[in-house]
Design a protein around this ligand. Structure first.
Ligand SMILES: C[S@@+](CC[C@H](N)C(=O)[O-])C[C@H]1O[C@@H](n2cnc3c(N)ncnc32)[C@H](O)[C@@H]1O
Length: 246
């Protein structure tokens, strides 16, 4: 029932109602997170720039990460690098109250993969990344990596605030810090400006102070066929951009 109403709300792009209805949150995580976590694991494991960040002391700011795919995918990728210098700090943030869901996932990650609190530090705060605040500036300024994983196109429902967020990223990111944007390669990521339609990444690609490090316009993640899960795991077609602040 809850899954059906989540699907209907997605169809009409009513994202706020999905993620601010507490009973939806564990259902959303159970249905959508396994596929995404597998995809993010693959992304982090297969790109040396990203894997390197998981092998040392790094601060990572993750807006829109409450449902836990980033936590699971990145923790799993951490197992592919030597643990000695690993000190990865995840600053997860989301508009919904995901703390209970994330507590449970963090506990499983630590138990299953033996990641101690020095290797992996997790913090979660509920907040709207579109609202300018000194805290948002601080999270951006201190981050070595900022991720927007299947979040950007939801944010762009409010174009003016999203443009202001991009502006704040550009002016606050430290030199050498990375910005990772992964989102649907399909029409969900269309951005209409006047009577023209662009992909959201076109806008980011045009920013002079962001160097494109990895650029993939359309990639499929197909989950390994031998995996078994009680619900359907969806293959995903996504675009990926990794930028470095100049
Ligand atoms: C499609 S889900 C993606 C979740 C996760 N990043 C993943 O890849 O599985 C979008 C997430 O962005 C969050 N979100 C939407 N608007 C937001 C905002 N203005 N501030 C913070 N989080 C937001 C939602 O609550 C939701 O958890």
């Amino acid at each position: 029932m809850a899954l059906q109403s989540i699907k209907q709300a997605f169809y009409i792009r009513d994202y706020v109602s999905i993620f601010t209805t507490p009973s939806n949150l564990p259902v959303y995580t159970a249905a959508y997170i396994p596929g995404r976590a597998l995809c993010y694991y693959e992304i982090f494991r297969s790109h040396k720039e990203l894997l390197r960040l998981l092998a040392k002391s790094s601060r990572i700011y993750l807006p829109g990460s409450g449902s836990g795919s980033e936590l699971i995918g990145m923790s799993a990728a951490m197992l592919h690098v030597p643990p000695a210098k690993q000190h990865v700090q995840l600053y997860m943030q989301d508009i919904g109250d995901w703390s209970k869901v994330l507590d449970g996932l963090e506990e499983s990650v630590r138990r299953q993969w033996k990641l101690d609190s020095n290797q992996l530090h997790c913090s979660y705060e509920q907040g709207d990344v579109l609202e300018p605040s000194p805290r948002r500036d601080q999270l951006i300024q201190e981050a070595d990596l900022i991720t927007f994983m299947f979040v950007m196109n939801e944010l762009f429902v409010n174009k003016a605030k999203s443009m202001a967020l991009i502006q704040s990223l550009v002016s606050n990111m430290k030199k050498g810090a990375y910005l990772l944007v992964v989102d649907s390669a399909g029409s969900f990521s269309h951005l209409k400006i006047g009577d023209q339609t662009y992909m959201i990444y076109t806008l980011l690609d045009a920013i002079k102070s962001l160097e494109k490090v990895i650029s993939e316009d359309s990639k499929w993640y197909r989950y390994p066929g031998h995996l078994q899960y009680p619900l359907d795991i969806q293959n995903m077609r996504y675009f990926l951009r990794l930028y470095r602040k100049l």
